[in-house]
Design a protein around this ligand. Structure first.
Ligand code: 5GP
Length: 236
């Protein structure tokens, strides 16, 4: 499958059209951004690692009955997937408090939550991705019906119920992650975007070492080695 027109360029991916109107190609970039684009860098090989990690996790989820946009990996940096209409909600799933949850609500960093928390952020860079409740999402017409929000929340929990134990067998705590959903051509709500250390937090169960984009956000270094470690653990 070949790329035709560049449809969109985001912070971490370029999205290309193909000759098939129902299929797009995501090209995973090496660029790194944090704090709503204020901190920028690049790490050679990061895009390819995220493409491979996302491919493995989409395959795992597809095999467990979670519909995703994934079709196939094309090469190091390119993934073929279905064209979907993006729902402008970032779905944040949290098992352990850290990041903005600890900052905003004063919950101790590293505290295991009594139950899995699912939050919605408005996917809007200009506004800095503010928190949304269901009424906000409906008023903004990000979806049409409450049922759709309920479904998104339910599927996000199902995904956590698959990924959390999977990563536990790999010696990693799945601390939190961000999902995106979209409408496919039949108007089904399916998982889109990527699942990678750019939008998940992974902590080594034994050492507590951070193996995700917090290495960049917090200036810890060793980002590529950490992403390689995540891929190797997934594959082994
Ligand atoms: P926090 O709200 O604590 O900053 O992030 C919670 C989780 O969602 C983390 O795993 C983080 O990587 C992910 N996340 C939240 N917002 C974004 C975003 O705008 N882009 C990306 N790539 N990940 C995000």
């Amino acid at each position: 499958m070949e790329k035709t027109n560049l449809l969109y360029e985001g912070k971490a991916k370029k999205i290309w059209e193909t000759k098939d109107p129902d299929l797009l190609i995501s090209e995973f970039k090496d660029d790194l951004t944090a704090f709503n684009g204020e901190k920028k860098s690049s790490e050679e090989g990061k895009g390819a690692l995220n493409n491979k990690i996302s491919t493995e996790l989409f395959k795992l989820l597809n095999n467990k009955g979670i519909p995703t946009h994934f079709v196939e990996i094309l090469d190091d940096n390119n993934m073929l997937h279905k064209r979907c209409e993006v729902i402008l909600i970032e779905v944040i799933v949290r098992n352990i408090a850290t990041g903005s949850l600890s900052k905003n609500l004063g919950i101790e960093d590293g505290k295991t939550l009594p139950f899995t928390l699912v939050e919605f952020d408005y996917k809007n860079d200009e506004l800095g991705d503010p928190k949304l409740n269901d009424q906000h999402a409906l008023i903004l017409e990000l979806v049409q019906y409450q049922d759709e929000l309920d479904k998104i929340r339910r599927v996000a929990r199902e995904i956590n119920d698959i990924l959390k134990p999977f990563f536990k067998t790999k010696g990693l705590n799945l601390v939190d992650f961000k999902l995106e959903f979209g409408y496919d051509k039949d108007r089904n709500i399916i998982l889109i975007d990527e699942i990678s250390p750019d939008n998940c937090r992974f902590w080594d169960i034994n050492s507590g070492q951070k193996l995700d984009k917090d290495r960049f956000r917090q200036g810890l270094g060793g980002l590529k080695v950490a992403y390689e470690e995540v891929l190797n653990r997934i594959l082994n």
